[in-house]
Design a protein around this ligand. Structure first.
Ligand code: PLP
Length: 405
């Protein structure tokens, strides 16, 4: 059975060119980039070339790029380093819909006595800029706000938010793990201090990330030891994966138009096809300001996990809007924060495309999902539920429902 992979916000296929670029560094070019001899200089040069490619993609300078082990490490490091630089300020602002990497950090900070403001989103997952403005105060050390949401694809107004922080001398971090490579982003004009990205979301392997730190913004390394990364992250560099990420960044820059034309058109075709074929289906999240590859769609009266199992039987990979962290299938913290009604939240599915997605795969998915939803609705225990029973808790303050993808 052919695989139809529509879970590219969870992870992506390593691009063939990326694999080709990294292979020599897993085979013959195994020198340690910190060594003095010319054999190792090959690895060091390849690493610096990769750094320059990533800087190009982001509109940054190479010395502002630090290689890390993943997006999560980049997020944690940025937040802790920023807060440590302003010990007298004890207020941290973030949103209720961040990835678990940032949510968990916010909870830890609360335990450590920080005041944490969790900004709400509206029904479409949009940020309330007025509430954000009102939250900024003289005690605020840092704002951490994701560029685009991993579940719904909703894009936040990072430029405005970062500018507002900057005018008050407040540091600003953005988790751009889902945005980089999908939408154009230029750090020359985007006044953020820190930005996190992750290789495996843009066709590089898992286990490689980047932390961008603007020149002059406070920073300190938490991994101490060797002088790698100019003393900003100790530990021998993962050269093959760094080379891979450099190649992936080069390809992302080349394909960014396709993401916003071809991939967007396929995603829109999928959305329209599903809405036309399946009654009582709604799109979760703002369709105006959304990543071009992401569709989060809710089917009333059915269980997302059941949809995924049946899709899997047809070779189609997708994600649901639930997370079974506690054994119970709680709707995700993102859908809860948006106040998506119970009977919809449970039947939510995330379909995320890539430049490798084909039209035939979209057609196949529309047909398969239409059949699956009809079949599940026939046996649905939720069918007699009235709209009055649809109350949903809207707090993101519990561990349940935190998604990790
Ligand atoms: N932030 C966002 C928005 C993500 O979607 C993810 C991964 O799903 C991460 C952070 C974590 O990245 P990594 O898996 O590289 O730690």
């Amino acid at each position: 059975m052919n695989l139809t992979y529509l879970d590219n916000n969870a992870t992506t296929m390593v691009a063939p060119e990326v694999l080709e670029a990294m292979l020599p560094f897993l085979q013959n070019e195994y020198g340690n980039p910190s060594s003095m001899y010319s054999f190792a200089a090959v690895a060091a040069r390849a690493m610096e070339n990769a750094r320059a490619r990533i800087a190009d993609l982001l509109g940054a300078s190479p010395e502002e790029i630090i290689f890390t082990g993943c997006g999560t490490e980049s997020d944690s490091t940025a937040i802790l380093a920023a807060l440590e630089s302003r010990p007298e300020k004890r207020h941290f602002i973030t949103t209720r819909v961040e990835h678990s990497a940032v949510i968990a950090m916010g909870r830890l900070l609360q335990q450590r006595g920080y005041k944490v403001t969790w900004l709400d989103v509206d029904k479409k997952g949009r940020l309330d800029l007025e509430a954000y403005k009102a939250a900024l105060d003289d005690n605020t050390a840092l704002v951490s706000m994701m560029y685009a949401n991993n579940e719904t694809g909703v894009i936040f107004p990072i430029r405005e938010a970062a500018e507002l922080a900057k005018t008050r001398g407040i540091l600003f971090h953005t988790d751009a793990v889902q945005a980089v490579g999908k939408i154009p982003l230029d750090l020359k004009t985007l006044p953020v201090d820190y930005l996190a990205l992750s290789g495996h979301k843009l066709h590089a392997p898992k286990g490689i990330g980047v932390l961008y730190v603007r020149r002059g913004s406070p920073y300190r390394s938490f991994l101490i030891g060797g002088h790698q990364e100019h003393g900003r992250r100790a530990g021998t560099e993962n050269v093959p994966s760094i080379v891979a990420l450099g190649k992936a960044a080069e390809l992302a820059a080349k394909h960014i138009q396709d993401e916003n034309t071809t991939v967007r058109a396929l995603r829109d075709k999928l959305q329209q096809g599903l809405l036309a074929a399946i009654p009582e289906a709604v799109v979760n999240g703002d369709t105006e300001n959304r990543l071009p590859n992401t569709l989060n769609i809710a089917f009333k009266y059915v269980e997302g996990e059941a949809i995924l199992l049946l899709l899997d039987q047809e070779g189609i990979c997708a994600s649901s809007g639930s997370a079974c962290t506690s054994g119970s299938l709680e709707p995700s913290h993102v859908l809860r924060a948006m106040g998506v009604p119970f009977t919809y939240a449970h039947g939510s599915v995330r379909l995320s495309l890539s430049r490798y997605t084909t039209e035939a795969e979209i057609d196949k998915t529309i047909t398969a999902l239409s059949r699956i939803i009809a079949r599940l609705r026939e046996i649905s225990p939720f069918r007699n539920m009235t709209d009055g029973a649809e109350a949903l808790c809207s707090s993101a303050g519990t561990a349940e429902g935190l998604s990790h993808r």
